[in-house]
Design a protein around this ligand. Structure first.
Ligand SMILES: Cc1ncc(COP(=O)(O)O)c(C=O)c1O
Length: 384
């Protein structure tokens, strides 16, 4: 039997309804959406158009503001490097958060090598940004603030509307990495005054390898320098033949997620809270991240007195979870997110991220809780 899958922040299975929507676009509607001279191109373009509309509507944007990419990594790179390259004459200062995903941190570090200055804001103990600190960090030469919507490790939700207001007042572009947030929490680029937003399909039961960047076209218009040059697709911002099956799947995944967002969020939150309650039968367990301002399916817990690697090893045949970020599992360093919260190295290592999803059942949560408790108890007995 395979272990219980509780790593839905790393990726999610493709929903069978999404697969069904994608299938005709492989061999039947196989045209190139850029082939505007014939029927085959029009069919493929019709699928792409519909998906673009669904995705745009889900974030209160217009379809021409959606640029398809290979995922959120590429979208983040395009947003951050694209703004830096286009606006460096106006300033070379960028602000981001210490707990961002590496797909934001690494482009920022790259830009530092090119002469940009980056402020990596600390977070509070609960993982949230301090708005006063952000305000104080804004400078005359700040061109971009990049703060994620939902953290991939501890699930905390940053106050996007407040950040957006601050940035708009100061005339600074606001980018948010919403890879984990799309379909889980309400996102509104108008209400939250977001200028650029990164999205991905595989965290919400869509296929891997497809995402998008929302780029504001008016009030204010954001101009990006393209990072991929070629055939001029996606308004010249992202060249390369569009991939209709993936795009159609992305659209269908967003449509399904919105349809069930509230009921599913409530269901996952209840299961998550139950799991946390169960784990508190152990002493010295610590919740990482704000208790309520977090994704409904996220629980991140540190277990004192156990070795992190032994914990994962002990659980690997029972539950599929990650410690720290699954996107950097090859790294042996403790999670940069947990250390930014002030957790010690040992506690940061001895942490589990439980990511519940659409297909997680009550019975699975019960079993996962029991497995984690038994494993922690036996490891603690060994270390005593
Ligand atoms: C917050 C965040 N940003 C970016 C990414 C990268 O997204 P993608 O896998 O679509 O490139 C992930 C997922 O690993 C993520 O959780």
């Amino acid at each position: 039997m395979r272990p219980i899958y509780l790593d839905n922040h790393a990726t999610t299975p493709v929903d069978p309804k999404v697969v069904e929507a994608m299938l005709p676009y492989f061999s039947e509607y196989f045209g190139n959406p850029s082939s505007i001279t014939h029927h085959y191109g029009w069919e493929a373009e019709a699928g792409v158009k519909k998906a673009r509309e669904i995705i745009a509507e889900s974030i209160n944007a217009s379809p021409e503001e959606i640029i398809f990419t290979s995922g959120a990594t590429e979208a983040n790179n395009l947003a951050i490097k694209g703004i830096a390259e286009n606006y460096f004459n106006q300033g070379r200062h960028i602000i981001t958060l210490a707990t961002e995903h590496h797909a934001v941190l690494d482009p920022c570090e790259y830009l530092e090598k090119l002469g940009f200055e980056v402020t990596y804001l600390p977070v509070e103990k609960d993982g949230l940004i301090n708005l006063e600190t952000l305000e104080k960090s804004l400078r005359e030469d700040t061109i971009l603030v990049s703060i994620m919507a939902a953290n991939n490790e501890i699930g905390v939700l940053q106050p996007l509307a407040e950040i957006g207001e601050l940035c708009r007042d100061r005339g600074v572009f606001f980018h948010t990495d919403a890879a984990q947030a799309l379909g889980k929490i309400p996102l509104d680029v108008q209400g939250m005054q977001i200028d650029v937003m990164s999205l991905t399909a595989h965290k919400l039961y869509g296929p891997k390898g497809i995402g998008a960047l929302y780029v504001r076209r008016r009030n204010p218009r954001v101009r990006l320098a393209a990072q991929l040059h070629g055939g001029g697709q996606e308004k010249g911002l992202r060249s390369g033949t569009l991939y209709p099956p993936q795009i159609v799947g992305f659209g269908e995944a967003v449509r399904l997620a919105l349809e069930e967002r509230e009921t599913e969020g409530k269901r996952q939150q209840e299961l998550r809270d139950r799991l946390w309650e169960q784990l508190q039968q152990l002493d010295e367990v610590y919740l990482n991240g704000h208790p309520s301002q977090r994704l409904p399916g996220n629980l991140n817990v540190s277990f004192a007195g156990v070795d992190g690697a032994a914990l994962l090893l002990g659980l690997q045949n029972q539950i599929a979870v990650s410690s720290g970020s699954a996107c950097s599992t090859t790294s042996t360093a403790p999670s940069h997110v947990l250390t930014a919260l002030g957790r010690s190295q040992d506690l940061a290592y001895a942490s589990l991220r439980f990511g519940l999803g659409r297909f997680t059942t009550e019975a699975e949560i019960e079993m996962a809780g029991k497995a984690a408790i038994a494993t922690v108890q036996s490891l603690r007995r060994v270390t005593v």
